[in-house]
Design a protein around this ligand. Sequence first.
Ligand code: PLP
Length: 382
Amino acid sequence: MNNFIYADNAATTKISPEVFEAMTPYLTEFYGNTSSLYKIGRENHKVKEEARRKIAELIGASAMEIFFTSGGSESDNWALKGTMRRLAAQGKKHMITSAIEHHAILHSAKTLEKEGFEVTYLPVDEKGRVSVESVKDAIRPDTGLVSIMFANNEVGTIQPVAEIGAVCREAGVLFHTDAVQAAGSVVIDVKAQNIDMLSISAHKFHGPKGIGVFYCKRGLFPANLIDGGAQERGHRAGTENLAYIVGMAKAFEIACAELEEKNARISAMRDKIQEGLLDIADSKVNGDPDNRLPGNLNMSFAGVDGQSLIFDMDLAGIAVSSGSACASGSMDPSHVLLALGIPYHMAHGSLRISLGKYNTEEEVDRIISTVKEVVSNLRNGN
Ligand SMILES: *Cc1c(COP(=O)(O)O)cnc(C)c1O
């Protein structure tokens, strides 16, 4: 994989060597069950609680508000289903989300609709922003929950989370945010940003896949999603994956510590690619040019098929994504791009480049020249 360039960091990231090193002792030597009463169990329990404390501190929460889950999808499911199923007893049968959420949110909302709940899907503007006013206007007396993502995974748009949270608090409605893309790239402070619940996934910031965090403000107890043993203080059963918990805490600690330096470097590379690719005729940047994740670049090229674009980029040794990759097998363009009002033919020819901390200046030049060549070839019918 000598000449391979990975530019799909919004899909997942490589585990960093420091994280791998922190994790391995818990896969090999320290394998005790954190619930066991003997020494190798008790000591692992302490390690787990230290990871919890560290993660809590990094988002301005307290340790008891942090629950370990299997990742972003589980945390999102828990927030929506757990909260609404609990609130149904109080007559709250309505929730609000946006049209551009990740499928972990949208499909959870669909499940709730089948159970008899009502869901409002707020539209976004052409930059992918949810307006704070629209949230306020959509809140009804029976609204229990608002869930708006912190930053979008396809176009990178960052939402006015603190303002939306303030509106919810004022109205006495709970506020959840899917912060899976934001964590490690944007500063999170659950208190200052008025967040009641939040989802994080380790593999989006150089931690392992299959582990995440559900932050849930003290006193709120969504109904359990996974019943069984008494782990996570009885709220989420299953023997803890300590190696991954340790890896996640380490990865999050590193990501938060290097956030500023990393963002400056990554966004400079992103801007250079954007400038280079705007040379291509009939090209357009999708999303919000100002309020965007540092590594995200989503562009459309008229008259080009997104799937072919990804395929040819892959042949040239560059991994990128398209607005149709998430729904692979389906030819429909992404629900996110369509919600931004991007015409079908432009949404169809979309490309998402998502840079991470391991991308280099040399790679930037090769990405630019390869995309130009591939788009030109596809337009010429070869
Ligand atoms: C990746 C992602 C998820 C899903 O997280 P997993 O840990 O892969 O389940 C949810 N929401 C957003 C915004 C994501 O980017």
